[in-house]
Design a protein around this ligand. Structure first.
Ligand SMILES: Cc1cc2nc3c(=O)[nH]c(=O)nc-3n(C[C@H](O)[C@H](O)[C@H](O)COP(=O)(O)O)c2cc1C
Length: 194
């Protein structure tokens, strides 16, 4: 049984991003876990590089360790965010920035670069869901692709869904795209086993 972790970067727990993530999980054959970042306290990265010099230990003691542990425990991660000004939400960006601490714990794959450290999430498969009114989701995707690459996850697909202020009920095609994303993630994990 493979485990998928859904990370909802929207401050709205019943918004379009949450709805799309639920659709992905509804097609998952295995264990599904969810994190709403809005439930957690995750401060912004101070850029102090304490983590780099102290084996991945951050000076802040908040909920970020829980998120890193949840990602490490999962086989796959589906990350959802609203598009805010052509980027991911601030909630999600904070999480991404703070995840840098995991790169200095000596887990995963060494990059050969001291400043980059390790790729802690190597071996995990990821997909993205970006919800927006109309424009700019591709740029938000760029941030998520950078996170996947930096941390070692294999990205297999992104759904960019434009709701124009409406809901998922108005766009049945996006449901299908979410289900296809779940299947692609599952297939990528299956291929690894063979
Ligand atoms: C601060 C803010 C910035 C936004 N910027 C964009 C944008 O650049 N492009 C866009 O198409 N929609 C933008 N939107 C609309 C949201 O991306 C859209 O409503 C999305 O579906 C919200 O996701 P949620 O329902 O999960 O909260 C913005 C909304 C907010 C609140």
């Amino acid at each position: 049984m493979k485990t998928i972790l859904a990370i909802n970067g929207s401050p709205r727990k019943k918004g379009t991003t949450a709805a799309m993530l639920s659709e992905v999980l509804s097609f998952w054959k295995g264990t599904a876990r969810s994190i709403h970042l809005s439930d957690l306290t995750i401060g912004h990265c101070y850029g102090c590089l304490h983590c780099m010099k102290h084996h991945g230990v951050c000076v802040q003691h908040d909920d970020m360790d829980k998120v890193i542990d949840a990602i490490l425990a999962a086989d796959a991660v589906v990350i959802g965010s609203p598009n805010y000004y052509y980027c991911v939400s601030g909630l999600l960006k904070n999480m991404i920035d703070r995840s840098i601490a995991a790169s200095y714990r000596g887990i995963g794959e060494y990059t050969g670069m001291e400043w980059h450290g390790w790729k802690p999430f190597v071996g995990k498969v990821c997909g993205f869901v970006i919800c927006q009114a109309a424009f700019g989701g591709e740029k938000a995707e760029g941030t998520l692709l950078c996170f996947a690459d930096y941390s070692g996850m294999t990205h297999v697909g992104t759904v960019i869904a434009s709701f124009g202020g409406k809901t998922l009920d108005d766009f049945p095609d996006y449901r299908d795209e979410a289900h296809t994303l779940a299947q692609r993630i599952q297939a990528a994990l299956q291929e690894r086993k063979q």
